[in-house]
Write a protein that binds this ligand. Structure first.
Ligand code: URA
Length: 240
């Protein structure tokens, strides 16, 4: 990659402040490029090749951010919403400057694994209906989940009165008045898990996504907490 970008743009994209603030910092001689003080904000450079320092501290350049959130109930998985709080409202400004978005949707009352990134290619690969990336959910359901339900889900159920789901795996953990199961689906229709259970006359009372592709939710994250993905996790996601 040999694209040159303005120095002030690079630093503001990295969350070092507004373009205006950064212009001042550059002007006062706090910024060095390859060891030389640069006072011109419009100076263009390749951020992957040059070494930038602010007050003698090296700036780590990156174009993309990848966060894993344990989405809590009560927030919507979109970038903005006129009424509800969004998952983006929960993340720190230093990440928000990258204009991230949630990779896929979880309902307002669903918890669990949500990737938040600004990498459109990764999002496309994970969400494209053609790729059939696995999504695994922990589900609590009103009523006794049976081996019959398992068979029906494997064969496909009709939702929305017309669409037959592709094979999904149901793993029964406990069957009781409230049954506990894992359901793995390979598509992402609107309210899909809830609709699949509705098709077998059962109601989802708790829903949490535990994995997406080869990436598992870090169970040490409490609802509403998030962290950056490790290099290895990014690799797993890219190869899901
Ligand atoms: N299926 C649903 O019904 N809701 C979700 O949030 C995710 C999958």
């Amino acid at each position: 990659m040999d694209k040159k970008i303005r120095l002030d743009k690079i630093l503001s994209n990295l969350g070092y402040g507004s373009r205006r603030d950064i212009k001042k910092v550059i002007k006062n001689g706090s910024v060095k490029v390859n060891g030389e003080i640069v006072k011109d904000s419009s100076y263009k450079l390749n951020p992957y090749k040059a070494v930038i320092e602010i007050d003698d501290t090296i700036v780590e350049y990156r174009e993309f951010i990848y966060l894993m959130m344990n989405k809590p109930k009560g927030v919507v998985s979109s970038t903005d919403d006129p009424i509800s709080r969004t998952v983006i409202d929960l993340i720190d400004e230093r990440y928000r400057v990258f204009d991230p978005f949630p990779v896929g949707r979880l309902d307002k009352d669903t918890e669990g694994l949500l990737i938040i990134s600004n990498d459109g290619k990764l999002a496309h690969n994970l969400l494209s209906p053609k790729k059939h990336v696995e999504k695994k959910y922990y589900v609590e359901v009103e009523g006794y989940v049976t081996e019959d339900d398992k068979k029906i889900f494997t064969e496909g159920v009709v939702i929305d009165g017309e669409y037959k789901t592709i094979p999904a795996q149901l793993e029964i953990i406990d069957t009781d008045n409230i049954s506990k199961v894992y359901l793995t689906i390979r598509e992402g229709k609107f309210h899909q898990v809830k609709k699949m259970f509705k098709a077998v006359n059962k109601k989802v009372v708790y829903l949490k996504r535990v994995s997406m592709g080869r990436l598992n939710l870090d169970e040490t994250l409490l609802p509403g907490e998030y962290r950056e993905l490790t290099e290895e996790e990014i690799f797993l996601l890219n190869n899901s």
